[in-house]
Design a protein around this ligand. Sequence first.
Ligand code: AHG
Ligand code: MN
Ligand code: MN
Length: 335
Amino acid sequence: MAQKVSLTRYLVEQQRVDGSIPAQLRLLLEVVARACKSISMAVNKGALGGVLGSAESENVQGEVQKKLDIISNEVLIEANEWGGHLAAMASEEMDSIHLVPSRYPQGEYLLLFDPLDGSSNIDVNVSIGTIFSVLKKPDDHPGVQEADFLQAGVKQVAAGYCVYGPSTTLVLTVGDGVAMFTLDREQGSFVLTQENVQIPADTKEFAINMSNMRHWDAPVKRYVDECLAGKDGPRGKDFNMRWIASMVADVHRILTRGGIFMYPWDKREPEKAGKLRLMYEANPMAWLVEQAGGAATNGKQRILDLQPTKLHERVAVFLGSKNEVERVTDYHNGA
Ligand code: AHG
Ligand code: MN
Ligand code: MN
């Protein structure tokens, strides 16, 4: 029987063979994986662990926080503070950046995360996840400021997510393709279950929250109308639809069997570019998708090229199978 490759071994071999992972980054990724394991355990206990329900507080984006949003945020911070690999962290659940306390050594990396993605699915026992992105701290000045985080997605040195579904799966890129690791609960470790993940360029499956249709812009409406028209319409084929309302779970499906995911700008809150956050939702997912041969845009431009202007910036998102993302992007650009 083929030997199982643990996440630790995978990272050590990447470090040794490709030189793509410095030791500090390897430690960082192992610590993030350990934190995800612990979040997975909490998620798994559900009502028995007293982790369901609202925390009755609001985050900086004015969203009501669930208990698990806060627990997951704390788990990630506590796990990452002391290892010496990080300079600072930023999270959906924290207004401003969190510096590594001065009692610990300071590292050269910056970690951003959405500790618990898909909060509306927590209490109904549907897949949720954690999304993370790693940047290098600019080395031209001492200390860390929020501005150090405002780097375009192309600057990421690692990105991934962990989906807490029927099984817990960690999906990772360090810029050398996408690998998936499934949590072996008996061994307590993540085991490599797929390497070189590829998204097919064509698909017959789209994901969008259809209840917002009346608020969309013309290009999005045109794209979805054409999918809905099926075999007899301009696309000449029938489409299927999925919407899990956890970006992590929707992206996981797309990495597994293709598809397009859309969370466009809409007229409900016209001053916001979209619902999803650029730095810890769109950027890491866009990089994973591109690394798997797919594409990711905000409707007009490649997401990874966008220069962020603030930590909690929002963005419209179109990602997944290349030909479909290019089509809806062309519609926006007047093609
Ligand atoms: P979060 O739980 O981190 O706030 O993110 C939820 C996001 C994303 O995961 C999902 O695709 C989307 O919100 C669902 O939005 P709707 O409820 O508007 O469909
Ligand atoms: Mn989220
Ligand atoms: Mn979240």
